[in-house]
Design a binder for this molecule. Structure first.
Ligand code: MN
Length: 285
């Protein structure tokens, strides 16, 4: 299944996709919660009902609604740094022996089609194509073998990064450099694991104004999805709707000679095999 959230006059609502059109799940079946986070909290028992609603429900007229991030209001946006060996190398770092974890605030979350805003106080905003994992059932100390059963779905994401803040402020301000408003677009929709294919080996690409800048496969991840879930859930409780950005392959703008940074008028596209294309225009603040 493909699941999305959209803005209705009643606020954000969860929808399924049928032939590219949205079906409002709660309107079709009132037993299905209206918001994506509450829906995911129901656990796998609700999936047959959701599938039935998608098959039977009325579609919402395309173009009449604003698409939101699949989870518009996650409690946590967790990110992994340096998770592709060749990206670590281009960043001048050794591949880490354990996952490098940082986070973004939920105010950074943005959706397919929404602009990435280059803030007035940064001159080096970069793109990072990433596989994004959305947590379904939560948990603490989730064993690696059970980790994938806690995943509700996958989608493309862009870990937008202000390199001047991330790397050149005192103490290296990773959090601040990564969490400007609009710096966590993901979507356009969640693809459930049964339709995502082998997420350990999906083609992942980023195009800037149509030109391919990153081109790799998720098989290059140093720490795969199951290991990341086991690792972070050893520290904090994962909750339904939590979002995990899994790291970026080589080809980021800061590592290019000369460097390439985002500017108003640009368009970023992150494409992952089986998961669709996340497209965001860039505007200057
Ligand atoms: Mn990243």
């Amino acid at each position: 299944m493909k699941l999305a959230s959209y803005q209705s006059s009643f606020g954000p609502r969860a929808a399924g996709l049928r032939d590219g059109a949205l079906v409002d799940l709660n309107r079709t079946d009132p037993a299905i919660p209206a918001s994506m986070k509450e829906l995911l909290a129901q656990g796998p028992e609700i999936w047959p009902r959701v599938a039935q609603a998608i098959a039977a429900g009325q579609t919402v007229a395309a173009g009449s609604v604003e698409l939101l991030a699949p989870v518009p209001d996650p409690r946590k946006v967790i990110c992994v740094g340096l998770n592709y060996a060749d990206h670590a190398q281009e960043s001048g770092q050794e591949p880490p022996p354990e996952p490098v974890i940082f986070c973004k605030f939920p105010t950074a979350v943005s959706a397919h089609g929404r602009p990435i805003v280059v803030p007035r106080n940064s001159t080096s905003v970069d793109y990072e194509a990433e596989l994004v994992v959305v947590i379904g059932r939560g948990g603490r100390h989730i064993p690696r073998e059970a980790a994938l059963s806690h995943v509700a779905g996958y989608c493309p994401g862009n870990d937008v990064s202000a390199r001047d803040w991330q790397l050149h402020k005192p103490g290296k301000q990773w959090l601040l450099g990564k969490t400007f408003d609009t710096f966590a677009p993901f979507g356009p929709y969640l693809v459930t694991p049964d339709e995502a294919g082998d997420v350990g080996s999906l083609a992942i690409r980023l195009r800037l104004n149509g030109q391919t800048m990153q081109d790799s496969r998720t098989s290059q991840l140093i720490f795969p999805v199951a290991e990341l879930i086991a690792y972070v859930s050893g520290v904090f409780t994962l909750e339904p709707g939590d979002v995990l950005f899994t790291g970026t392959p080589p080809g980021v703008g800061a590592a290019r000679k000369p460097p390439v940074f985002l500017k108003g008028g640009d368009v970023c596209e992150v494409e992952i095999e089986n998961l669709g294309v996340l497209r965001n225009p860039v505007v200057a603040e």
